[in-house]
Design a protein around this ligand. Sequence first.
Ligand code: PLP
Length: 390
Amino acid sequence: MKEIYLDNNATTKVDEAVFEEMRPYFCELYGNPSSMHFFGGQVQKKVDEARRRVADLLNAAPEEIIFTACGTESDNTAIRSALELFPHKRHIITTRIEHPAVLTLCRNLSRRGYRVTELNVDGEGRLNLDELEAAVDDDTAIVSIMYANNETGVLFPVEEAGAIAKAKGAIFHTDAVQAVGKVPLDVTSSTIDMLSLSGHKLHAPKGIGALYLRKGVPFRPFLAGGHQERGRRAGTEATANIIALGKACELAANLMDDTNRRVKAMRDRLERELLTLIPNSRINGGEAERLPNTLSIAFEHVEGEAILLLLSEKGICASSGSACTSGSLEPSHVLRAMGVPFTCAHGTIRFSFSRFNTEQDVETVIRELPPIINRLREISPFGRELLAHP
Ligand code: PLP
């Protein structure tokens, strides 16, 4: 069965052009870029090119890019760096709807004596900057606020948040794992000190990420070891992955406008038609500014996991909220923070598009999903009630 892959916020297909770019760096050009000989040197050149390509996507300087193993490592590095640099500061600010890569670390730190403020969001998943303004103080080491939410696609006012953080002398970090390659980013005249990104969300392989570190911002490495990455991230470079990330960023930059236009049109069509065809459905974060590729839609009185299984039987891949929280039947922390009613949070499905999706994919979902919801409502007492009195 050919898959209809609408789970691109979980991970993306490696672009064939990206794969071709990295392929020679396994069996042929396998040198260590730190080696003195020509064989390492030619790999170093490609790593330099990749760093420039990643930097270009953000409008950063190449030396502001540090390669890491994943978005999670970038997030952990940023937060731990700030805490090590300012040991007298014991306060961290983040939000209730961060990815576990930030939230779990912050909650662990709060058990170790740090004061952690988790900012609230409104019913549409939006941040209230007044709450941030009130929370930040001279004791705040770092403010870490995501750029775009992985479950709803809702965008945060990162620039404004950064200005508030910096006015109080705090480091400002943003987890932009879901935003990089999907929305234009320009760090030159920005308030962002550090920014995390991850290759597998933009058609590079899993196992490669990067941390943007603004020139002049103090930094402490997370890993102790060799002098790679100018002493900022020890460990022999994952050369093939780095080269792949560079190519993926170059493609993202070149294709962004066209991709966004197509992807948004498909997302909007799916959203419109599902809302029309399926009564008692609603969009999570629908009133907020969102990523163009993400649709989080709730079907009242249906179990999200049951929907996913039946969609999967038809070859359709989606997600019930974050891939990292599925597997547990707890409603997602994001939807809970937004105050989405239990009956809707449980029946939420996330569809997330990429440039590889087609109108045909949208048509298949529009054809297959309404009967699935109907069937599931028929077998639940509340669902039958809804069908009788929509
Ligand atoms: N941050 C966000 C917003 C994410 O969506 C993810 C992955 O889903 C991560 C961080 C973690 O990235 P990685 O899987 O590369 O560790």
